[in-house]
Design a protein around this ligand. Sequence first.
Ligand code: NAD
Ligand code: IPM
Ligand code: MN
Length: 352
Amino acid sequence: MPRIAVIPGDGIGVEVVREARRVLAALEDANELGFELVDWDLGAERYLRDGVAITDEEFRALADDHDAVFLGALGDPRVPGMEHIKEILLGLRFKLDLYVNFRPCVLPLARLSPLVTIQEPFRIDMFRENTEGLYTGLGGSFKTGTSDEIVIEKDLHTRKGVERIIRAAFEYAQSQGRGRVTLVDKANVQRFVGSLWRRVFEEVGGAYPGISQDAMYVDAMVMDLVRRPECYEVLVTSNLFGDIISDLAAEVTGGLGLAPSANIHPGRYALFEPVHGSAPDIAGQGVANPIGAIRCVSLMLEYFGHQQLGERIEAGVLASIEDGTTTPDLGGESSTEEVGSWIASYVGSEST
Ligand code: NAD
Ligand code: IPM
Ligand code: MN
């Protein structure tokens, strides 16, 4: 019986997680899945109140007494230094070694994206390295605040880290019958980092002769993702490039509000969260699109072996859009709750 720590977090995180729970509850009613959800009050409020984002004890309890975390979003203008994001979200990614950041960008309906000219739906599966790169915080500043200030922020890549994310991308492509894996880097400038990623990509890719493999510079990639996104299948890249590309890939596949993600250490632990943030500009208005969070339920169900129920949620998402029950970001007039309720009643209407 999976035990899930639910952290709604800040801003629209709270609003979209409510709807994700509604959808999971509808499936629970029809299928007796036995997920145990445990509420965790972590976020900006708690940080501002107690001066601590998460204690060591809480961290241990999250890691040891739960099988996964379901997170809404973190981020609050009252915490400009993002201390609680670093401690909670990056803390979980690093300390639990959740090295795969899987971000499937699925365009369910071609007409949803004004950027896409083809008529067929398509998907781009992003594998973002999640524990290294420019996210380690290694570095420092010298003569801070003076006109001679010097800062260094290290871009750290290990052979082990590079190899395991590339292998995860190929394994996924193979298991899903995808025909192409593309490495995204900046090897024309980053000589050492680029060389490591390209050598390992070729080496690991050698074991997957049936899959077409190529590498692209990140600047050309973002251009091409706007020009012809449907040509790409599986992307694998480093932490920062993955962060940047995933918002773009989400947008060209219907919108940032639609995109889910899973941070995984295979076989050990997972953290599910929509790709979007806490969106302070629309928080509290009841207009946030809950689909990214609802699709996280789908990823979570698949992770725990309920493939068909995950697909049922995807079908519910598509049906809600076709029905015109959408939030304003997709051109509709429905509220967050109306979209969540619509999808919940769709998935609960029939047991699978
Ligand atoms: P954001 O993703 O919160 O918002 C970017 C834009 O997209 C905004 O205009 C917002 O209104 C819109 N948007 C995002 N999600 C939406 C949804 N579900 N429905 C409709 N519109 C949506 O990015 P930001 O404004 O740069 O960041 C806000 C805060 O969130 C920052 O503190 C940032 O650090 C944090 N953040 C957290 C996470 C996370 O917790 N996983 C991810 C990204 C950003
Ligand atoms: C994401 C977010 C995070 C990241 C921030 C909030 C630290 O943008 O999950 O995409 O950069 O990884
Ligand atoms: Mn991001």
